[in-house]
Design a protein around this ligand. Sequence first.
Ligand code: MG
Length: 339
Amino acid sequence: MSLSLKWSVQRITTKFEFKIARSAESYYDVVILELSEGEFTGFGEAAPSKRYEKGPEAILELLSANKNQILEISVEDAEYRQEQLEHMFPQSYSLQAALDTAFWDLYGQRQGKPLWKIFGATQNLVTSSYTIGISDLSVIPAKIKEAIDYPILKIKLGTDYDHDIMRAIRAETDKVLRVDVNEGWKTLDDAKRGAEWLAEENVEFLEQPMPSNQLDDIAQLREFSPLPLVADENSVRPQDIPGLVGAYDGINIKLMKCGGLTNAKEMVDLAHKHEFDIMLGCMVETSIGISAMSQLGSYARWLDLDGNVLLAKDPYRGVGNQAGEICLLDKPGLGIEIT
Ligand SMILES: [Mg+2]
């Protein structure tokens, strides 16, 4: 039976403006794919990050120009498919991810099995964190209230008022916090002071404290830091991982950076080989992207899969997220429904 492919752009709006050290947005345009074969439809999502690639218009152009070739891609052979995708779309990781996800979803439906089973994973997932983006201090109490059901918060820092942010958060809650600096601390001295300070604030780890091109500084910081360091902007694709030994304790894997589930699973295997702790993360995404990444969830020590619950309205239903508890479905493929 032959394949057909449809795509659409969906504007997804966040409950609060989503601000990190380098950007601030209150909505995102994502590209949704529907890859159909008879009664089955595989879903995929591209949520391009400006840090790594061009926006959704570029993805639409690539889809239009390559539609026939896409429909010839292998449903069965994921490794060969990844090679094909990287060759066709070398600059667009989120499009690779969307296509790889749609093909995996279709494959799972053909097999009549959920993807987590196909990947050798289990349904035992740790609790996901909920992200508190950067904001004016006056908004922080409302954000902490919005997150009241979530036991673990991930705080975005990397501003010139980090201490004020932490003070405002700690005035509201004594929950476990994880801190993501998004490359925001530029000198080793600042980063050392930050790590020492946050270790006193019941913080579990420090994510990407310094710019990715300052890996030597980060390795020096790790010698000193009382908190574990987790790579995000430094941990983009599988080939990045061996070079992070000595600089980090863990790596954050995201579909939109690495190009899909095939590469994400390779990164999981490489992380095991090099003894890194694994975090699975996301961009602001719908339940399609989140459900896809969750399939590998049991491999992770930390989950940060909250992109869909940051949305005012999610156009899809998948794994769900009740107070940080993500529930993998026992349905073929990803089990996505349109809401
Ligand atoms: Mg991060």
